[in-house]
Every structure is written in structure tokens, then in C-alpha cells.
Design a protein around this ligand. Structure first.
Ligand code: BEZ
Length: 328
């Protein structure tokens, strides 16, 4: 059986990963950052860049250590560590936070934006920026939303409409808004950790997956699931959060430096998705996959039903929609 591997995608990233790690010794401020993605993923590279930039800007006063691949535990564990002050910063899926703050589901509203360029504008716009304040309720400072691309469907068998998906098992990231989306289509949403997804498709544990182009390419999912439906139904946002205890220990200048640095590097992250999504799509087509596009109608009345469930629970949906319409 072929194994899934992440590929290094940019020479810049490769150079960054090969650079000697910053030493924590001697620095007056340590910054320990956790994420579930591996070193080759753009989210981890963004945090590497934050660490390097903070060291440079502070003349070595800040030294960062990045813990990728869930080395410190899964996201639920990292959230607890952030709350207890055992971890300084996390670059974590908004999906995991939507299990604790209902309004975060608003960022998964189907068909809010058309593509990653619009997503990057919406995620740095007024409504999303105001939503960062809600992380206070968890004892954290929200510094900024980033992105993991748009979500599509990959599957072992093709599907002409969402009715063809009924009875199938699809891998999802486990969070309520996405679970509802699939259950409304009579699909069995099946949580599978990303490192196990290739094998889960290979052995039929799942029939397909809710996925982005980066993972479809880097995890080589095309080997086991040769049908890709470009649906772009949702964004998959990530959020940079700092432990409340760590934040309270920074002076005003340090807070400004960290906020500014995170926002610069999240801009870099957005630029990677804008640049790489067309390349990944071309690469995936080059494997001989069957690639087709689908309009929102593919999902039938699932969209209206999802809105009926989530609009009352996630009040930011209305403001995000209004802001997104101005981007179109
Ligand atoms: C996912 O669960 O699909 C996922 C997790 C981290 C980064 C990107 C995607």
C-alpha cells in the first residue's frame, strides 16, 4: 500500500525548515507555539515565520519554539494548555473553537465567499476582526484569522448531485456545523485524523472526504479517491490565539509587535493559498483524476436547512454575509 506523505512545496519553506532552531536560552521572552499541522504545511510555516520575525524585530529578546504535528496533544488539549498558561500561543482550527463558541460557526456558512482571495478579505474584515474579541471568553487573546483554503469533495465514486452521497461515509473534521451539513444530506460524517485519511480511503472506512486542495495533493489522496468535485462550499479558517496569562505579561510595545507580526505573516499565508490553489488543482488534474465543478445547486435544499439551524445560533452570519456581498 502506498503511504501518504507531505511534500515540501516551496524552496523558501524548505530553507525555513532547514534553518537552525532559535535557541530559547538567553532570550528574555519565550514564545511556545503549538499547531496540529506538520512542518511542511503552510500553517506551521506561518508560525515559523512569526518566531523568526519576532526574534529579528526584538533583537533576540523573543525566542520561539514551534511544536507542530500535535506534539503537545490534539487541539482540545492545546486549548486547555493555553487556558492554564502552559502554552503561550496556538495556531488552531476555528473548527475546534466552534465546539466552544457557537458564533464561530458563522465562518463556516456555506457559500459566503467564492474563493481564497475573497476569503482572505473577509477574514481580515471588520466583522471577523470583531469576532476575535470572543476568544476572551475562553481566557485567550485572538490575534487574527488565517485560512486553510476552500473545501471541496473528494471521493472513491463520482456523484452527480448531493443525492448520490446519501448513505456514504465522508471524513469530516469533527465540529457541529460541518456534522450538520453532512447529516442533512444523509451522509455519515466520520471523523478521521488527517494522518489516517489515506488509509481510511484505501480500506473503505470512508467513501470520501471534505477536503482542501492542499491536503488532497500533499496527502496524495488522489491515489485512493480519484473523483474531485470542486464545490468551494466553505472556508476553513485558522486562528492565532495567545494565552491570556502570556498576553498579560507583555508590555504595550511587545503586544503591538506580536499583533503586527502575526498579521504580517497571516498575510503571507493568504498569499500562499492565492498562489498555490491553482497549482494544486493543475497538479491534481495531472494525476488523471476526474475533476468537475459544481454550483451551490449541487447541495439542493441542504443549504437552506443549514441556514435554518445555524442563523439563530451564530449571529455573526448576517454581518459576514453583508460584508461578503460587497466583495463579490
Ligand atoms: C482538517 O481537519 O481538514 C484540517 C486540519 C488542519 C489543517 C487543514 C485541514
Amino acid at each position: 500500500m502506498k503511504r501518504r506523505t507531505f511534500l515540501k512545496t516551496t524552496t523558501l519553506a524548505a530553507a525555513a525548515l532547514a534553518a537552525p532552531g532559535l535557541t530559547m536560552a538567553g532570550a528574555s521572552k519565550k514564545l511556545r507555539i503549538g499547531t496540529i499541522t506538520p512542518g511542511s504545511h503552510f500553517w506551521t510555516q506561518t508560525m515559523d515565520r512569526v518566531g523568526k520575525s519576532m526574534a529579528e524585530k526584538s533583537g533576540g529578546a523573543f525566542a520561539s519554539e514551534i511544536f507542530p504535528s500535535g506534539q503537545l496533544g490534539n487541539e482540545a488539549t492545546m486549548i486547555q494548555q493555553l487556558q492554564a498558561g502552559g502554552l503561550d500561543m496556538g495556531f488552531l482550527t476555528v473548527a475546534e473553537f466552534s465546539n466552544r463558541i457557537d458564533d464561530m460557526a458563522a465562518l463556516f456558512t456555506p457559500y459566503l465567499v467564492a474563493d481564497v482571495a475573497q476569503a482572505s478579505k473577509l477574514l481580515t474584515g471588520a466583522t471577523a476582526t470583531a469576532m476575535l474579541d470572543q476568544y476572551k471568553t475562553l481566557g485567550m487573546k485572538g490575534l487574527g484569522f488565517g485560512l486553510g483554503g476552500m473545501r471541496h469533495l473528494i471521493s472513491r465514486k463520482s456523484a452527480a448531485t448531493s443525492a448520490d452521497l446519501a448513505g456514504r461515509k465522508y471524513r469530516i473534521t469533527p465540529f457541529a456545523p460541518l456534522r450538520d451539513f453532512y447529516e442533512l444530506m444523509d451522509v455519515a460524517p466520520t471523523p478521521v485524523p488527517l494522518p489516517g485519511l489515506f488509509d481510511a480511503l484505501a480500506n473503505g472506512q470512508v467513501d470520501g472526504a471534505d477536503i482542501d486542495l492542499e491536503l488532497a495533493w500533499k496527502l496524495k489522496l488522489y491515489d485512493q479517491a480519484p473523483n474531485l468535485k470542486i464545490t468551494s462550499q466553505m472556508m476553513f479558517p485558522v486562528v492565532a490565539v495567545v494565552s491570556g496569562k502570556y498576553w498579560a505579561g507583555l508590555d504595550a510595545g511587545e503586544k503591538e509587535m506580536l499583533s503586527q507580526t502575526v498579521s504580517e505573516e497571516i498575510d503571507w499565508l493568504f498569499a500562499q493559498y492565492v498562489e498555490f490553489e491553482p497549482k494544486w488543482l493543475a497538479d491534481l488534474k495531472g494525476t488523471g483524476m476526474s475533476v468537475s465543478s459544481a454550483e451551490p445547486e449541487f447541495f439542493g435544499d441542504t443549504l437552506a436547512q443549514w441556514n435554518g439551524i445555524w442563523e439563530p445560533k451564530a449571529p455573526s452570519i448576517a454581518a459576514l454575509r453583508a460584508e461578503a456581498q460587497a466583495l463579490a
